[in-house]
Write a protein of this length. Structure first.
Lengths: 202, 215
């Protein structure tokens, strides 16, 4: 029984409560980093790390933090994990760090982090918060990868920089900002359509 | 003051690399607050003010406290110490900036509530949302890049903050005008609201790509 409940915490972020397509959080970095699969994957992993780390830590200290200053405490915890990620990327993957640029430090103000800290980690056990963090982080990463695949394939005809469509004339607009907005609008509409269809079937 | 650089910053932030349409910063308030023109204008004004002031504050803090060889670190530990050589920037920048912005927004809110209740009623509801607006932290980070050669001067930073905010306001106003008309259209239900807003933003961004050759 308990195992079943926990599994739901883990998988809810993948589809039912997908942070990007269903709750529409963290829009800015998703558009900025999904121009190629490589940056999308790097951003996704960074978000998973920060989300899991801050969720677990906030859940650990949830009883020690007074209500009045809790948001400030969450911000300090989250920005610590963000700084770790930022320095790690700068040291080991300087090229990726340069491409993603300010969007790594901007994870601090990503609504997903603060939202999960306030809505979940501050009220639940460490184990559940860990699963919630992994689930939400992975759901966001899957969303980034979906956008990354579509944009890189149609915009430059490659996947992870390897040419997969010989003789294809790429639509450059897909890797530039307008393509990102158009694709997100269409994907949001698609997810809304799935939800409405499910509701109508009931 | 280099006039040519200032001009490039102004045009760049308004049109060529508009914060919303080209840099993807500040999208939450952009789609959340652009349903009515009055809301869009209020949010735009509040964001512009906070961005200009945040640029001023974070640039000052960076120059005097966080940079390698910053006056405070030299005074505390001496010019040859490892602390002054490395600076605190890499480790503390994100944390210090976000706390500065949060504290500043809180102060403005308290000041307006007590002294200018009329303005508070008009703009007050937008202020708490600005702390987590990535455009504000974004402009602070863009003003103070790691490489000292690319660092903007204080005046340039404030101008960048102001005009990035004005560019944001312009995009908000354009969008709200479009959305007020979209409301009356008979759209398929799944596309109503957010999805069509993003598609319209895409078309606007496409138009703004035309400015790319300007700078």
């Amino acid at each position: 029984m308990e195992c079943k409940v926990n599994l739901r915490e883990l998988t809810k972020g993948f589809f039912r409560e997908n942070p990007l397509f269903v709750i529409v959080l963290g829009v800015c970095p998703s558009l900025a980093t999904s121009g190629s699969l490589q940056t999308a994957l790097a951003m996704g992993i960074a978000v998973i790390f920060v989300c899991v780390g801050s969720n677990v830590f906030i859940s650990l200290i949830r009883k020690a933090v007074p209500g009045g200053v809790r948001i400030a405490c969450y911000i300090v915890v989250i920005s610590t994990f963000v700084t770790i990620t930022d320095l790690f990327l700068k040291a080991y993957f300087p090229d990726i760090s340069r491409t993603i640029g300010i969007f790594i430090p901007l994870i601090v103000v990503n609504c997903i982090m603060l939202g999960r800290a306030e809505a979940f980690a501050s009220k639940n056990t460490v184990m559940d918060s860990l699963l919630d963090g992994i689930g939400m982080g992975c759901g966001y990463t899957l969303a980034l990868l979906l956008m990354g695949v579509i944009r890189e394939l149609s915009g430059s005809g490659t996947l992870f920089g390897i040419k997969v469509l010989p003789g294809y004339n790429p639509m450059t607009v897909m890797v530039s900002p307008p393509g990102a907005f158009l694709l997100l609008g269409i994907l949001l509409g698609f997810f809304k359509w799935m939800q409405l269809r499910k509701a109508a079937a009931k | 003051m280099n006039l040519e650089r200032i001009f490039l910053i102004v045009i760049g932030n308004l049109f060529v690399s508009n914060f919303i349409l080209a840099r993807f910063l500040g999208l939450c308030p952009f789609v959340g607050c652009s349903k009515r023109t009055s809301d869009a204008f209020g949010m735009g004004v509040a964001v512009t003010f906070v961005m200009a002031m945040a640029s001023l504050l974070t640039h000052t803090i960076d120059t005097y406290i966080l940079r390698p060889q910053a006056p405070l670190l030299v005074w505390l530990a001496g010019a040859d110490s490892p602390l002054a050589k490395d600076g605190l920037e890499a480790v503390l920048r994100t944390l210090v900036y976000i706390l500065t912005i949060a504290a500043f927004v809180q102060l403005v809110e308290m000041f307006l509530k007590k002294n200018v209740p009329g303005l508070y009623r008009a703009l007050g509801i937008y202020l708490p949302l600005i702390t987590t607006n990535c455009a504000v932290l974004g402009v602070a980070l863009l003003n103070t890049p790691d490489d000292p050669a690319e660092m903007l001067t204080l005046a340039e930073a404030v101008i960048q903050g102001t005009f990035a905010g004005l560019g944001f306001t312009m995009a908000m106003l354009l969008m709200s005008g479009i959305r007020e008309r979209i409301e009356m259209l008979d759209l398929p239900p799944p596309m109503r609201g957010m999805p069509i807003a993003f598609v319209c933003t895409g078309l606007m961004a496409l138009a703004f790509l035309g400015f790319q050759g300007m700078v």
